[in-house]
Ligand binder design. Sequence first.
Ligand code: MN
Length: 159
Amino acid sequence: MPLKEYQKKRRFDVTPEPEPALAEPGGSEFVIQMHQASHLHWDLRLADEGVLKSWAITREPPTEPGVKRLAIHVEDHPYEYKDFEGVIPEGEYGAGTVEIWDSGTYLPLLEGEPDSSVAEAIDRGALKLRLEGKRLKGNYVLYHFDKKGKNWFFFKMKH
Ligand code: MN
């Protein structure tokens, strides 16, 4: 981690200086697919280590701070799923229409845990990320509030 020393000297919840993001410049891909299944939801998918880490968000993802959405952690999807749009036939799992609602890149913000990975942050139950999408832009949080279940919050941070 080349920025370890820079990071060690600063408290990024106090200083207005930039906090380093742990990812290649440009970040990794993310997509949000609007899925009109038995219940309309928005599937957030983050590319990481060749798969898509996935959450089903039960209401429209927030573009402004102050709105918390329930995000159900679901199984990893194959990387190729990020481009999927179409109709899942009646009687099949997730039957209904899927369309891409947003896409772009994300940077995991792993301050305080400089050597960790996205997968480890997910295991710990909290992932901060900077989204650069067409609709969603800025710093967001995924937070696992229900440790025995799959219920997370997804919300935009104030800064
Ligand atoms: Mn879905």
